[in-house]
Write a protein that binds this ligand. Structure first.
Ligand SMILES: *Cc1c(COP(=O)(O)O)cnc(C)c1O
Length: 471
């Protein structure tokens, strides 16, 4: 019933929105209650079939009538992030205010990189970025930009670090002398960024880590020696707050001190852990981040926005613009008080979604304190789950958790952990992940859904024992 001119049929919008909102509301409600299976998708070709995708994409045919049952099938085959037994990955169960932003943006479309193409959304990004640099404890002159995810944020930061170390690289390319110091446990996007920036993957100098894959500060000197001995100079050193696979934090204070002493750009990958700054009881986990030259911060993990919304943050904001326009670096520096109406010189994207609006809305409705409380409650629950698991014979945890990520295992057989995970997924009652730490295989949980409770974990441990006994 679309108007032939392509103009909106307002009644169609209202009808579809009504159907979608009520279906999604029911979906979240039953997910939270935990009385539906948590997941396990059919094989991809089967799902393409079940949702009629090939015929719909060619012939169309959806209308308000058919939309309702069809959307029901789509939701049935969607990951239920609000489900108590959804403890697999780091993406958050979105909160209501951010969810509404996506509904609004989907209709009004605010490509806000340039102020005039989304004034309100643009203003929100500016305010959110300023707020984040304040939370990091950085001085005036700090700045940044929002971008589509932590991976792109790491790339953007390393581009700025490259500009600082080799200002001519933008025009001349790199000369093969730059290196990036990072632990083997660093997020894969760091290694990938180094390769994409033309340094070559071999330019990553491995930092020594302990049995929990945390950087050993006492061995930094040695890594720097190795770096120099091979004819390289460090462009940046990357630490994690917290590490993706273990949820543990590097010692930012010690590492930051080393970097300052040696004039090395200190980058903290705080994609997951930065929001702990909002919890008075947990912000000490990031002690030392105030000394960093750069950090990244994902909001679609612990700040409960939909994917994606990430921040690139720099202690000296002008260095971000220098990253994209080396030759004009001085001009930009002199102009840096004038924020200007465009974000194009700070980011990879041209058109960009109104990412700041998602973050802003959660803060505006819940307050800094409410968002901080959400983080604190997830972290505290995970600590409680650690106690439960440690108390069960046959189970052990990698370490006391420092975040909402916890590695544990049943027995020590690596094959068993993988079999357990696969069988639990097939059972459709639990969705958890698995990882390797220091060469050993672990099951891994990330506690994001507010509905996950002690009974969820007791049931999970029961299910693991039963599955192992039946194998
Ligand atoms: C999740 C994560 C990333 C990647 O972020 P995306 O938003 O998924 O691209 C990078 N670093 C760390 C430490 C992470 O936890």
């Amino acid at each position: 019933m679309t108007d032939r001119t392509g103009r909106w049929e307002i009644a169609e919008y209202e009808r579809l929105a009504e159907i979608a909102i009520s279906a999604v509301a029911r979906y979240v409600e039953e997910s939270q209650a935990g009385d539906v299976p948590v997941g396990s998708p059919p094989p991809l070709p089967e799902l393409v079939e079940r949702l009629d995708l090939r015929s719909l994409v060619r012939e169309g045919g959806l209308d308000a009538e058919r939309f309702e049952p069809w959307l029901g099938r789509v939701l049935e085959h969607s990951v239920r992030l609000h489900h108590p037994a959804q403890i697999a990955h780091q993406v958050g169960a979105p909160d209501v205010p951010a969810a509404i932003v996506d509904l609004v943006h989907g209709a009004i479309n605010q490509p806000m990189s340039i102020y005039e193409m989304g004034p309100a959304a643009h203003a929100m990004e500016r305010v959110v970025v300023d707020w984040m640099t304040e939370k990091l404890g950085w001085p005036d002159g700090a700045g940044g930009v929002l971008t589509h995810g932590g991976s792109l944020a790491n790339l953007t930061v390393l581009l700025a670090a490259r500009a600082a170390a080799a200002p001519d690289a933008w025009v001349d390319g790199v000369d093969g002398t730059l290196a990036v110091l990072a632990p083997p446990s660093t997020h894969y996007s760091v290694r990938r960024s180094v390769a994409m920036l033309g340094l070559g993957e071999r330019a990553v100098v491995d930092l020594e880590v302990d049995e929990y894959e945390r950087i050993v500060p006492a061995a930094l000197e040695d890594a720097l020696e190795r770096c120099r001995a091979s004819g390289h100079r460090p462009m940046a050193l990357v630490a994690a707050a917290c590490a993706t696979s273990t949820g543990l934090h590097d010692d930012l204070e010690a590492i930051g001190g080393f970097c300052r002493e040696h004039g090395i750009w200190f980058h903290v990958d705080a994609a997951h852990g930065a929001p702990a700054l909002l919890s008075p009881a947990h912000r000490q986990l990031l002690r030392g981040i105030e000394h960093a030259d750069s950090a990244i911060w994902d909001a679609h993990k612990m700040m409960r926005t939909s994917a994606l919304a990430a921040a690139v943050l720099l202690r000296e904001g002008w260095r971000l613009e220098a990253a994209f326009r080396q030759r004009a670096a001085y001009l930009i520096y002199e102009d840096s008080d004038d924020a200007g109406p465009s974000l194009l010189e700070r980011q990879v994207e041209c058109t960009k979604a109104p990412l700041g609006m998602r973050i802003f809305m959660n803060l505006a409705f819940r307050g800094e304190e409410g968002v901080g409380r959400y983080v604190a409650e997830r972290y505290d629950k995970t600590l409680r789950f650690w106690e439960l698991i440690e108390a069960r014979p046959g189970f052990e945890c990698l370490s006391r958790p420092e975040s909402n990520i916890l590695c544990f295992r049943y027995g020590r057989d690596p094959e068993l952990q993988i079999r357990l995970r696969e069988q639990l997924l097939r059972g459709r009652r639990f969705h958890l992940s698995s990882t390797e730490v220091n060469g050993e295989r672990w099951l891994r949980m990330t506690v994001t859904a507010p509905a996950t409770g002690e009974e969820t974990i007791e049931e999970l441990l029961d299910a693991i024992e039963e599955t192992a006994a039946a194998a």
